[in-house]
Design a protein around this ligand. Structure first.
Ligand code: 4NP
Length: 165
């Protein structure tokens, strides 16, 4: 059988959203890209990240997040951008890192169809090892905060991939 490219309707189009788009969501984007690459599944996925706020537009991820990600072999090269209403046209799944992100996204939604696309990351968390129900903001935390984010995301995104693949 020939290896046909999927039609756009079959692609998984996922946008990860956090507050600033410099810590959690670019990490989620990088981890998801790696999972998809490891499964040689890039043609089936469109992955991006964005922030609720525009404060860091154009910036690379926070230096601390880049250092911690690098130790796991992940290069985070995303440039921060603010989420916009048209993202609801480009993506089918818009995943907020915490309940604040989710309520801010709901404010941006234009239609009931848009609302249905918004999900909290907690839907894919809750493996036996975790007592967290959101991805905690590491911005004002130390090194452990960044490590925790990466651990929680790795687990949740494996679950997301297993569900959607
Ligand atoms: P993020 O972390 O939402 O995971 O990117 C933050 C980054 C910046 C700010 C807050 C959280 N800030 O207030 O600038």
């Amino acid at each position: 059988m020939t290896n046909q490219s999927p039609t756009p309707a079959q692609r998984h189009r996922v946008l990860f959203v956090c507050l600033g788009n410099i810590c959690r969501s670019p990490a989620a984007e990088g981890i998801m890209r790696r999972i998809v690459e490891e499964n040689d599944d890039q043609t089936n996925w469109e992955i991006d990240s964005a922030g609720i706020g525009a404060w860091h537009t154009g910036q690379l991820p926070d230096q601390r997040m880049r250092v911690h990600a690098r130790r796991r072999g992940l290069d985070l090269t995303h440039r921060a951008r603010q989420v916009k209403p048209e993202d609801f046209d480009r993506f089918d799944l818009i995943i907020g890192m915490d309940s604040g992100n989710v309520s801010d996204l709901r404010e941006l939604a234009r239609t009931p169809g848009d609302l249905k696309k918004i999900h909290p990351m907690s839907e894919w968390m809750g493996g036996v090892a975790t007592r967290y129900d959101h991805i905690p903001d590491p911005y004002y935390e130390g090194a452990e905060g960044f490590e925790l984010v990466l651990d929680l995301l790795q687990d949740a995104l494996q679950n997301l991939y297993a569900e959607l693949r």
